[in-house]
Design a protein around this ligand. Sequence first.
Ligand code: ADP
Ligand code: MG
Length: 226
Amino acid sequence: MSIPSTGEILVAGRDLKKSYDRGRVPVLAGVSLDVQAGEMVALWGASGSGKSTLLHLLGGLDVADSGELTVCGLNPHNETDRLTLRRRHLGFVFQLHNLIPDLTVEENLRVPALAAGMSNQTMRARTRELAEAVGIAHRLDHRVQDVSGGERQRTAICRALMNSPRLLLADEPTGSLDEETGDTVFSLLRHLVNERGIAVILATHERRYAEQCDRVLRVRAGKIVA
Ligand code: ADP
Ligand code: MG
């Protein structure tokens, strides 16, 4: 059973515009969106339509040229707010897992928890709980470079969840996986939304994943179209 959305607005974006190369490459041409707590929303669009750019703005990895944006009640463009967002409220999953290959799965999971000042005991319990939830507990002591692509992406999802975020930003998290592994990773995200009430914004060009989200925002040429 899906946990009903509380109706709390986690993301409120108004007329966000973004271009690169001093205006020569317009990317976002006025995007407005609202995302509520506990919902899974697809940003669905072709490659180059602006999905990653929008996710980067939402996560404070990049700054809009104009427009208004609030994420979890904070302003991602403000440095103090951005740190709080990253440490307490947001998790990121990228197409390429961005893990540290030389470290073990468990050590990778500890990175965001250490940054947030989590105690050793809590960290150990949380690491195990999440690893069990996604079926990688038997890999905790293995180095990331020695586990499979699907296991890496599941590790990346655990890492993003370590600090119990309310919002997960996932940028083509299945994009580097074969179809079957991609389906497993998508189902896992879907399950986490249902079980834990985490909101997910999933950028994808794949219709079959978009269709399994609660809501689809179609991105075309830097705009959200109906
Ligand atoms: P998507 O994630 O939907 O594939 P992106 O948001 O990555 O789309 O990119 C949208 C457009 O912006 C593309 O044309 C891309 O080349 C351009 N772009 C993205 N980042 C930059 C950058 N840092 N500098 C210049 N152009 C960029
Ligand atoms: Mg992209």
